[in-house]
Design a protein around this ligand. Structure first.
Ligand SMILES: [Zn+2]
Length: 467
Protein backbone atom coordinates (compact mmCIF):
# COMPACT_ATOMS: atom_id res chain seq x y z
CA UNK A 1 0.00 0.00 0.00
CA UNK A 2 1.13 3.47 -0.68
CA UNK A 3 2.32 5.27 2.34
CA UNK A 4 0.63 8.58 2.52
CA UNK A 5 2.73 11.62 3.27
CA UNK A 6 0.30 12.74 5.89
CA UNK A 7 1.87 10.27 8.25
CA UNK A 8 4.77 12.66 8.51
CA UNK A 9 2.65 15.69 8.46
CA UNK A 10 4.80 17.07 11.22
CA UNK A 11 7.57 16.74 8.78
CA UNK A 12 10.88 15.94 10.38
CA UNK A 13 13.98 17.48 8.89
CA UNK A 14 15.01 15.55 5.83
CA UNK A 15 18.13 14.44 7.62
CA UNK A 16 16.14 12.49 10.19
CA UNK A 17 13.92 10.93 7.56
CA UNK A 18 16.86 9.71 5.55
CA UNK A 19 18.66 8.36 8.59
CA UNK A 20 15.54 6.42 9.49
CA UNK A 21 15.32 4.90 6.05
CA UNK A 22 18.93 4.00 6.20
CA UNK A 23 18.47 2.18 9.46
CA UNK A 24 15.53 0.21 8.13
CA UNK A 25 17.26 -0.89 4.97
CA UNK A 26 20.96 -0.78 5.82
CA UNK A 27 22.29 -2.33 2.64
CA UNK A 28 19.65 -1.41 0.17
CA UNK A 29 20.77 1.32 -2.16
CA UNK A 30 17.48 2.19 -3.77
CA UNK A 31 14.75 3.26 -1.49
CA UNK A 32 11.14 3.73 -2.35
CA UNK A 33 9.68 6.78 -0.78
CA UNK A 34 6.10 5.87 -0.92
CA UNK A 35 5.67 2.30 0.09
CA UNK A 36 4.89 0.26 3.08
CA UNK A 37 4.85 -3.48 3.22
CA UNK A 38 1.70 -4.16 5.14
CA UNK A 39 -1.59 -2.31 5.04
CA UNK A 40 -2.00 -2.26 8.76
CA UNK A 41 -1.84 1.41 9.54
CA UNK A 42 -4.66 3.86 9.21
CA UNK A 43 -2.52 6.36 7.47
CA UNK A 44 -4.79 9.32 7.15
CA UNK A 45 -6.27 9.35 10.59
CA UNK A 46 -4.09 12.17 11.80
CA UNK A 47 -4.53 14.34 8.81
CA UNK A 48 -5.71 17.77 9.90
CA UNK A 49 -8.53 18.38 7.46
CA UNK A 50 -9.15 21.99 6.82
CA UNK A 51 -12.58 22.95 5.78
CA UNK A 52 -12.26 24.46 2.35
CA UNK A 53 -15.31 25.64 0.51
CA UNK A 54 -16.10 24.09 -2.82
CA UNK A 55 -15.05 26.42 -5.53
CA UNK A 56 -15.37 24.98 -8.95
CA UNK A 57 -14.24 26.21 -12.29
CA UNK A 58 -16.47 24.87 -14.95
CA UNK A 59 -17.42 27.70 -17.19
CA UNK A 60 -15.48 29.79 -19.61
CA UNK A 61 -16.20 32.99 -17.72
CA UNK A 62 -14.88 31.44 -14.54
CA UNK A 63 -11.75 30.39 -16.37
CA UNK A 64 -11.25 33.91 -17.55
CA UNK A 65 -11.61 35.20 -14.05
CA UNK A 66 -8.99 32.72 -12.98
CA UNK A 67 -6.51 34.53 -15.20
CA UNK A 68 -7.43 37.80 -13.58
CA UNK A 69 -7.11 36.10 -10.23
CA UNK A 70 -3.53 35.13 -10.90
CA UNK A 71 -2.52 38.32 -12.62
CA UNK A 72 -4.05 40.61 -10.04
CA UNK A 73 -2.06 39.09 -7.21
CA UNK A 74 0.60 41.52 -6.20
CA UNK A 75 4.19 40.59 -6.30
CA UNK A 76 5.56 40.84 -2.77
CA UNK A 77 8.37 43.32 -2.51
CA UNK A 78 9.58 42.53 0.98
CA UNK A 79 10.85 39.05 0.27
CA UNK A 80 14.50 38.27 0.34
CA UNK A 81 15.33 36.40 -2.81
CA UNK A 82 18.02 33.82 -2.71
CA UNK A 83 17.99 33.80 -6.48
CA UNK A 84 18.65 37.49 -6.74
CA UNK A 85 21.58 37.11 -4.41
CA UNK A 86 22.99 34.38 -6.57
CA UNK A 87 22.37 36.32 -9.75
CA UNK A 88 19.49 34.17 -10.91
CA UNK A 89 16.65 35.66 -12.87
CA UNK A 90 13.57 36.14 -10.79
CA UNK A 91 10.43 37.64 -12.15
CA UNK A 92 8.97 40.09 -14.57
CA UNK A 93 5.48 41.42 -14.60
CA UNK A 94 3.17 39.96 -17.21
CA UNK A 95 3.35 43.10 -19.27
CA UNK A 96 7.12 43.12 -19.42
CA UNK A 97 8.94 41.31 -22.14
CA UNK A 98 10.78 38.28 -20.93
CA UNK A 99 14.30 37.71 -22.16
CA UNK A 100 12.89 35.00 -24.40
CA UNK A 101 10.49 37.43 -25.99
CA UNK A 102 13.26 39.93 -26.54
CA UNK A 103 15.51 37.37 -28.10
CA UNK A 104 12.66 36.30 -30.36
CA UNK A 105 12.39 39.81 -31.67
CA UNK A 106 16.02 39.95 -32.65
CA UNK A 107 16.03 36.58 -34.34
CA UNK A 108 16.40 36.23 -38.06
CA UNK A 109 13.27 36.28 -40.17
CA UNK A 110 12.75 32.51 -40.61
CA UNK A 111 13.17 31.89 -36.92
CA UNK A 112 10.80 34.70 -36.13
CA UNK A 113 8.23 33.17 -38.42
CA UNK A 114 8.73 29.77 -36.88
CA UNK A 115 8.32 31.19 -33.39
CA UNK A 116 5.11 33.00 -34.34
CA UNK A 117 3.66 29.85 -35.90
CA UNK A 118 4.40 27.95 -32.75
CA UNK A 119 2.69 30.55 -30.61
CA UNK A 120 -0.42 30.20 -32.72
CA UNK A 121 -0.62 26.45 -32.49
CA UNK A 122 0.67 25.85 -29.03
CA UNK A 123 -0.35 27.30 -25.73
CA UNK A 124 0.91 26.90 -22.25
CA UNK A 125 4.53 28.01 -22.62
CA UNK A 126 4.42 30.29 -19.64
CA UNK A 127 6.83 31.26 -16.89
CA UNK A 128 6.01 31.08 -13.21
CA UNK A 129 7.21 34.02 -11.14
CA UNK A 130 9.36 33.40 -8.16
CA UNK A 131 7.21 34.55 -5.25
CA UNK A 132 9.93 34.02 -2.66
CA UNK A 133 12.30 31.08 -2.93
CA UNK A 134 9.63 29.16 -4.81
CA UNK A 135 11.80 27.80 -7.59
CA UNK A 136 11.35 24.34 -6.00
CA UNK A 137 7.61 24.65 -6.65
CA UNK A 138 7.87 26.29 -10.06
CA UNK A 139 10.18 23.61 -11.43
CA UNK A 140 7.86 20.80 -10.29
CA UNK A 141 4.79 22.58 -11.64
CA UNK A 142 6.40 23.12 -15.04
CA UNK A 143 7.05 19.39 -15.34
CA UNK A 144 3.57 18.44 -14.19
CA UNK A 145 1.89 21.05 -16.40
CA UNK A 146 3.56 19.45 -19.43
CA UNK A 147 2.67 15.85 -18.64
CA UNK A 148 0.70 14.67 -21.68
CA UNK A 149 -3.05 13.99 -21.34
CA UNK A 150 -3.17 14.48 -17.54
CA UNK A 151 -3.87 18.22 -17.65
CA UNK A 152 -6.74 17.84 -20.11
CA UNK A 153 -8.84 16.43 -17.27
CA UNK A 154 -8.47 19.77 -15.49
CA UNK A 155 -8.96 21.91 -18.58
CA UNK A 156 -12.19 20.28 -19.71
CA UNK A 157 -13.68 20.02 -16.24
CA UNK A 158 -13.56 16.21 -16.23
CA UNK A 159 -11.91 16.27 -12.78
CA UNK A 160 -15.02 17.85 -11.26
CA UNK A 161 -16.92 14.57 -11.29
CA UNK A 162 -14.46 13.14 -8.75
CA UNK A 163 -14.07 16.30 -6.70
CA UNK A 164 -14.36 15.86 -2.96
CA UNK A 165 -15.87 19.07 -1.61
CA UNK A 166 -13.99 18.86 1.68
CA UNK A 167 -10.61 18.67 0.00
CA UNK A 168 -11.19 20.62 -3.18
CA UNK A 169 -8.56 23.31 -2.76
CA UNK A 170 -5.58 21.61 -4.44
CA UNK A 171 -7.52 20.23 -7.45
CA UNK A 172 -9.39 23.52 -7.95
CA UNK A 173 -6.27 25.65 -7.70
CA UNK A 174 -4.39 23.30 -10.00
CA UNK A 175 -7.26 23.53 -12.50
CA UNK A 176 -7.18 27.31 -12.33
CA UNK A 177 -3.44 27.23 -12.89
CA UNK A 178 -3.75 24.98 -15.96
CA UNK A 179 -6.49 27.22 -17.40
CA UNK A 180 -4.60 30.41 -16.64
CA UNK A 181 -1.45 29.17 -18.29
CA UNK A 182 -3.32 28.01 -21.38
CA UNK A 183 -4.90 31.44 -21.70
CA UNK A 184 -1.73 33.45 -21.14
CA UNK A 185 0.29 34.41 -24.21
CA UNK A 186 3.38 32.29 -24.60
CA UNK A 187 6.61 33.43 -22.94
CA UNK A 188 4.86 35.62 -20.42
CA UNK A 189 4.64 34.72 -16.76
CA UNK A 190 2.09 34.44 -13.99
CA UNK A 191 2.41 34.32 -10.20
CA UNK A 192 1.34 30.94 -8.80
CA UNK A 193 0.04 32.08 -5.41
CA UNK A 194 -3.14 30.02 -5.46
CA UNK A 195 -1.55 26.61 -5.81
CA UNK A 196 1.05 27.43 -3.17
CA UNK A 197 -1.66 28.38 -0.67
CA UNK A 198 -3.64 25.25 -1.49
CA UNK A 199 -0.67 22.93 -0.96
CA UNK A 200 0.09 24.74 2.31
CA UNK A 201 -3.32 23.64 3.60
CA UNK A 202 -2.45 20.01 2.92
CA UNK A 203 1.23 20.32 3.87
CA UNK A 204 1.73 23.10 6.40
CA UNK A 205 5.50 22.63 6.16
CA UNK A 206 5.37 24.54 2.86
CA UNK A 207 4.10 27.69 4.56
CA UNK A 208 6.36 30.69 4.32
CA UNK A 209 9.14 31.39 1.91
CA UNK A 210 11.98 29.13 2.95
CA UNK A 211 13.83 27.02 0.44
CA UNK A 212 12.22 23.62 0.13
CA UNK A 213 12.86 20.30 -1.49
CA UNK A 214 11.29 19.95 -4.94
CA UNK A 215 10.66 16.23 -4.58
CA UNK A 216 8.83 16.73 -1.28
CA UNK A 217 6.69 19.38 -2.92
CA UNK A 218 5.90 17.01 -5.79
CA UNK A 219 4.76 14.37 -3.30
CA UNK A 220 2.67 16.94 -1.42
CA UNK A 221 1.04 18.26 -4.57
CA UNK A 222 0.14 14.81 -5.89
CA UNK A 223 -1.19 13.75 -2.50
CA UNK A 224 -3.29 16.91 -2.36
CA UNK A 225 -4.71 16.08 -5.80
CA UNK A 226 -5.25 12.46 -4.85
CA UNK A 227 -7.05 13.39 -1.65
CA UNK A 228 -9.30 15.90 -3.37
CA UNK A 229 -10.08 13.60 -6.31
CA UNK A 230 -10.43 10.28 -4.51
CA UNK A 231 -13.33 8.41 -6.11
CA UNK A 232 -13.70 6.32 -2.96
CA UNK A 233 -16.13 8.05 -0.67
CA UNK A 234 -16.51 5.25 1.88
CA UNK A 235 -13.30 3.42 2.54
CA UNK A 236 -13.42 -0.22 3.61
CA UNK A 237 -11.69 -1.17 6.80
CA UNK A 238 -8.09 -2.19 6.64
CA UNK A 239 -7.43 -5.84 6.21
CA UNK A 240 -4.32 -7.93 6.29
CA UNK A 241 -3.34 -8.94 2.80
CA UNK A 242 -2.22 -12.43 1.85
CA UNK A 243 1.52 -12.59 1.53
CA UNK A 244 1.78 -16.14 0.26
CA UNK A 245 0.46 -17.78 -2.85
CA UNK A 246 -1.58 -20.66 -1.37
CA UNK A 247 -1.66 -22.34 -4.76
CA UNK A 248 -2.43 -19.16 -6.71
CA UNK A 249 -0.25 -17.28 -9.18
CA UNK A 250 1.61 -14.06 -8.58
CA UNK A 251 -0.74 -12.50 -11.13
CA UNK A 252 -3.71 -13.37 -8.93
CA UNK A 253 -1.99 -12.06 -5.84
CA UNK A 254 -0.94 -8.81 -7.51
CA UNK A 255 -4.50 -8.21 -8.68
CA UNK A 256 -5.81 -8.81 -5.16
CA UNK A 257 -3.42 -6.21 -3.72
CA UNK A 258 -4.10 -3.75 -6.55
CA UNK A 259 -7.88 -4.06 -6.22
CA UNK A 260 -7.65 -3.61 -2.47
CA UNK A 261 -5.48 -0.52 -2.90
CA UNK A 262 -7.98 0.92 -5.39
CA UNK A 263 -10.85 0.20 -3.04
CA UNK A 264 -9.31 2.72 -0.65
CA UNK A 265 -7.71 5.26 -2.93
CA UNK A 266 -8.55 5.67 -6.56
CA UNK A 267 -8.02 8.94 -8.39
CA UNK A 268 -6.57 10.58 -11.47
CA UNK A 269 -3.24 10.48 -9.65
CA UNK A 270 -3.43 6.70 -9.49
CA UNK A 271 -4.50 6.56 -13.15
CA UNK A 272 -1.36 8.37 -14.25
CA UNK A 273 1.34 8.14 -11.61
CA UNK A 274 1.03 4.94 -9.64
CA UNK A 275 2.45 1.55 -10.36
CA UNK A 276 2.97 -1.65 -8.43
CA UNK A 277 6.11 -3.08 -6.97
CA UNK A 278 6.64 -6.68 -5.88
CA UNK A 279 8.70 -7.15 -2.76
CA UNK A 280 9.59 -10.82 -2.40
CA UNK A 281 11.48 -12.53 0.39
CA UNK A 282 12.65 -16.14 0.37
CA UNK A 283 14.10 -17.86 3.42
CA UNK A 284 17.45 -19.49 2.63
CA UNK A 285 16.82 -22.24 5.21
CA UNK A 286 13.20 -23.37 4.69
CA UNK A 287 12.56 -21.78 1.26
CA UNK A 288 9.37 -20.16 2.52
CA UNK A 289 8.51 -17.22 0.29
CA UNK A 290 6.43 -14.19 1.11
CA UNK A 291 5.21 -11.49 -1.23
CA UNK A 292 4.02 -7.96 -0.82
CA UNK A 293 2.75 -5.76 -3.63
CA UNK A 294 3.27 -2.13 -2.84
CA UNK A 295 1.84 0.76 -4.77
CA UNK A 296 4.59 3.17 -5.78
CA UNK A 297 4.52 6.64 -7.17
CA UNK A 298 8.01 8.03 -7.40
CA UNK A 299 11.07 5.90 -7.40
CA UNK A 300 14.09 7.12 -5.47
CA UNK A 301 17.39 6.14 -6.96
CA UNK A 302 20.25 6.64 -4.56
CA UNK A 303 23.98 6.77 -5.01
CA UNK A 304 25.47 4.64 -2.30
CA UNK A 305 28.72 3.23 -1.15
CA UNK A 306 28.03 0.36 -3.48
CA UNK A 307 29.33 2.65 -6.15
CA UNK A 308 32.65 4.37 -6.22
CA UNK A 309 31.82 7.72 -4.78
CA UNK A 310 33.05 9.77 -7.72
CA UNK A 311 31.69 7.48 -10.36
CA UNK A 312 29.22 8.83 -12.87
CA UNK A 313 26.08 6.82 -13.27
CA UNK A 314 23.47 6.08 -15.86
CA UNK A 315 19.78 5.54 -15.30
CA UNK A 316 19.96 2.02 -16.65
CA UNK A 317 22.53 1.02 -14.05
CA UNK A 318 20.65 2.69 -11.23
CA UNK A 319 17.57 0.71 -12.26
CA UNK A 320 19.60 -2.51 -12.51
CA UNK A 321 20.61 -1.96 -8.90
CA UNK A 322 17.02 -1.33 -8.04
CA UNK A 323 15.83 -4.78 -9.06
CA UNK A 324 18.89 -6.79 -8.02
CA UNK A 325 18.48 -9.62 -5.54
CA UNK A 326 20.30 -9.22 -2.27
CA UNK A 327 20.96 -11.35 0.79
CA UNK A 328 19.97 -10.23 4.25
CA UNK A 329 21.53 -12.13 7.12
CA UNK A 330 19.08 -11.40 9.85
CA UNK A 331 15.42 -11.39 8.84
CA UNK A 332 12.48 -12.91 10.71
CA UNK A 333 11.06 -15.96 8.91
CA UNK A 334 7.46 -16.67 9.87
CA UNK A 335 7.83 -20.39 9.11
CA UNK A 336 11.13 -20.97 10.93
CA UNK A 337 9.88 -18.63 13.67
CA UNK A 338 13.25 -17.02 13.99
CA UNK A 339 15.68 -14.70 12.24
CA UNK A 340 17.32 -16.31 9.24
CA UNK A 341 19.30 -15.49 6.16
CA UNK A 342 16.90 -14.48 3.36
CA UNK A 343 17.01 -13.40 -0.27
CA UNK A 344 15.14 -10.20 -0.98
CA UNK A 345 14.18 -8.79 -4.34
CA UNK A 346 12.20 -5.85 -5.62
CA UNK A 347 10.47 -6.22 -8.99
CA UNK A 348 8.66 -3.50 -10.84
CA UNK A 349 5.37 -5.25 -11.50
CA UNK A 350 2.99 -2.70 -12.96
CA UNK A 351 4.23 0.43 -14.70
CA UNK A 352 2.44 3.76 -14.37
CA UNK A 353 1.75 6.06 -17.34
CA UNK A 354 4.19 8.56 -15.87
CA UNK A 355 7.43 7.27 -14.39
CA UNK A 356 9.16 9.62 -12.00
CA UNK A 357 12.72 9.01 -10.86
CA UNK A 358 14.03 10.95 -7.91
CA UNK A 359 17.81 11.02 -7.99
CA UNK A 360 18.86 11.23 -4.37
CA UNK A 361 21.58 13.84 -4.50
CA UNK A 362 21.30 15.01 -0.94
CA UNK A 363 23.32 12.68 1.22
CA UNK A 364 22.75 12.98 4.94
CA UNK A 365 24.39 9.74 5.91
CA UNK A 366 27.94 10.88 6.12
CA UNK A 367 29.35 12.91 8.96
CA UNK A 368 28.66 16.11 7.12
CA UNK A 369 25.65 16.47 4.92
CA UNK A 370 26.48 16.97 1.32
CA UNK A 371 25.12 17.16 -2.16
CA UNK A 372 26.28 14.49 -4.56
CA UNK A 373 27.14 16.09 -7.86
CA UNK A 374 27.54 12.91 -9.84
CA UNK A 375 26.77 13.12 -13.49
CA UNK A 376 23.85 10.97 -14.50
CA UNK A 377 23.26 9.85 -18.05
CA UNK A 378 19.70 9.18 -19.07
CA UNK A 379 18.01 8.48 -22.38
CA UNK A 380 15.40 10.54 -24.20
CA UNK A 381 13.63 7.29 -25.03
CA UNK A 382 13.41 4.70 -22.28
CA UNK A 383 12.58 1.03 -22.76
CA UNK A 384 11.49 -0.53 -19.47
CA UNK A 385 10.96 -4.03 -20.91
CA UNK A 386 13.90 -5.65 -19.18
CA UNK A 387 12.97 -4.22 -15.80
CA UNK A 388 9.56 -5.83 -15.69
CA UNK A 389 10.37 -9.14 -17.33
CA UNK A 390 9.15 -11.07 -14.28
CA UNK A 391 5.75 -9.52 -14.65
CA UNK A 392 3.82 -11.24 -17.40
CA UNK A 393 0.89 -8.91 -17.69
CA UNK A 394 2.67 -6.01 -19.35
CA UNK A 395 2.94 -5.89 -23.09
CA UNK A 396 6.21 -4.69 -24.54
CA UNK A 397 4.38 -1.84 -26.17
CA UNK A 398 3.51 -0.41 -22.81
CA UNK A 399 7.14 -0.30 -21.75
CA UNK A 400 8.12 2.47 -24.16
CA UNK A 401 8.60 5.85 -22.54
CA UNK A 402 9.74 9.30 -23.62
CA UNK A 403 11.47 11.80 -21.38
CA UNK A 404 9.03 14.66 -20.77
CA UNK A 405 10.47 16.65 -17.88
CA UNK A 406 13.53 17.26 -15.75
CA UNK A 407 13.74 19.13 -12.46
CA UNK A 408 17.30 20.43 -12.22
CA UNK A 409 19.07 21.58 -9.09
CA UNK A 410 22.18 23.69 -9.11
CA UNK A 411 24.13 24.80 -6.06
CA UNK A 412 24.58 23.13 -2.72
CA UNK A 413 22.52 21.50 0.00
CA UNK A 414 22.26 24.83 1.79
CA UNK A 415 21.53 27.15 -1.07
CA UNK A 416 20.65 26.42 -4.62
CA UNK A 417 18.28 26.97 -7.44
CA UNK A 418 15.81 24.79 -9.26
CA UNK A 419 14.93 25.00 -12.94
CA UNK A 420 12.93 22.69 -15.19
CA UNK A 421 13.36 21.40 -18.71
CA UNK A 422 10.13 20.10 -20.10
CA UNK A 423 8.65 19.01 -23.37
CA UNK A 424 5.52 20.75 -24.53
CA UNK A 425 3.05 17.95 -25.28
CA UNK A 426 1.51 19.82 -28.23
CA UNK A 427 4.51 20.88 -30.28
CA UNK A 428 7.02 18.38 -28.79
CA UNK A 429 9.57 21.16 -28.32
CA UNK A 430 11.65 21.50 -25.20
CA UNK A 431 11.76 24.61 -23.04
CA UNK A 432 13.89 25.63 -20.10
CA UNK A 433 11.84 27.19 -17.33
CA UNK A 434 13.83 29.36 -14.96
CA UNK A 435 11.03 30.87 -12.88
CA UNK A 436 9.51 33.58 -15.08
CA UNK A 437 12.10 33.15 -17.80
CA UNK A 438 11.27 30.60 -20.52
CA UNK A 439 13.39 29.76 -23.52
CA UNK A 440 13.40 27.02 -26.09
CA UNK A 441 16.26 24.54 -25.88
CA UNK A 442 17.56 21.82 -28.15
CA UNK A 443 17.34 18.76 -25.92
CA UNK A 444 19.79 16.81 -28.08
CA UNK A 445 22.43 19.47 -27.57
CA UNK A 446 22.22 18.87 -23.82
CA UNK A 447 23.75 15.43 -24.52
CA UNK A 448 22.00 13.94 -21.48
CA UNK A 449 22.24 10.46 -22.97
CA UNK A 450 25.96 10.54 -23.77
CA UNK A 451 27.63 13.06 -21.46
CA UNK A 452 25.05 13.16 -18.71
CA UNK A 453 24.62 16.03 -16.31
CA UNK A 454 25.17 16.74 -12.64
CA UNK A 455 22.02 18.81 -12.21
CA UNK A 456 19.01 16.51 -12.84
CA UNK A 457 17.14 15.81 -9.61
CA UNK A 458 13.77 14.42 -10.76
CA UNK A 459 13.15 12.82 -14.15
CA UNK A 460 9.70 12.44 -15.68
CA UNK A 461 9.04 9.87 -18.39
CA UNK A 462 5.67 9.50 -20.12
CA UNK A 463 4.33 6.44 -21.90
CA UNK A 464 4.63 7.05 -25.62
CA UNK A 465 1.03 6.04 -26.09
CA UNK A 466 -0.02 9.20 -24.21
CA UNK A 467 1.26 11.44 -27.00
ZN1 LIG B 1 12.51 -20.07 7.09
Amino acid sequence: MRQNIFTNNQRPPSTIKDKTQQQVLPNYPLLLNKTQSTPTQEIKSNYPFSSYGTSTLNTQSQQTSAIEYYNQKQYPSQINYQQQQSGMTTSLSTTQKTPSTISTMTQSQPEQYQQKSMINVSKGICGLRNIGNTCFMNSVLQCLLNVPAFNEHFLNGDYLKDLNSKNSSVPNEYSKLVATIRNTPNFQSIAPYGIKSAVEIVMPCFKGYAQQDAQEFLVGLLDGLSLGLNRVKNKPFYKEMNDNLNGRTLQDLSKEWWDYSKSRENSLVLDYFQGQLLHSIKCCICSNSSYAFDTFQDTSLAFTRAFKILEDMDLDRLLDKYVIEETIDDYYCSKCKKHQKVKRKFTIWRLPHILMFHIKRFDYRRFSSDKLNHRVKFPLELDMTKFIQDSLDQSTKNCQYSLCGIVNHSGTLYGGHYTADSKNPYNQKWYRYNDSDVREIDIKQQRYDTDGSSSPYILFYARKSLY
